[in-house]
Design a binder for this molecule. Structure first.
Ligand SMILES: C=C(O[C@@H]1C=C(C(=O)O)C=C[C@H]1O)C(=O)O
Length: 115
């Protein structure tokens, strides 16, 4: 059977050696083994990504502080909980570390007021 046309509901060849040989089940779990050149290129990508993340985090802090200052100047609250719940939900995919990341972003936006 051609795995590209495999019907997930079909069990006609399930468990046969043909299925074991043609279905790429191990490839998705095997870790790739990049060579030294690949590692250099991947490290360059990480450096670039960190730069971008830092740039975006700094912009986020700026925007968040601008909103907070405007709201407080108008007599509003420092924190808007339902908005913060939405931010936490966005990072839920990442598990406990996602929550820490979201909390760090929220705290950065509060600046000294949040400490
Ligand atoms: C930026 C705002 O102010 C605060 C900061 C938030 C944030 O950094 O995401 C979210 C809610 C508010 O507590 C806002 O109200 O949108």
């Amino acid at each position: 059977m051609n795995p590209q046309t495999h019907d997930a509901n079909s069990s006609e060849t399930a468990g046969t050696s043909e299925t074991a040989e043609t279905t790429p089940t191990t490839q998705t779990t095997q870790s790739p083994r990049p060579g030294a050149q690949d590692i250099n290129a991947l490290r360059e990508e990480i450096d670039w990504l960190d730069n971008e993340i830092l740039r975006l985090v700094k912009r986020r802090v700026e925007v968040s502080r601008t909103i907070g200052e405007a709201r407080m100047a108008a007599g509003g609250t420092r924190i808007v909980y339902n908005r913060e719940m939405d931010v936490l939900a966005r990072y839920r995919d990442l598990g406990p570390e996602g929550r820490q990341l979201a909390m760090a972003l929220l705290n950065l936006g509060r600046g000294r007021l949040g400490r």
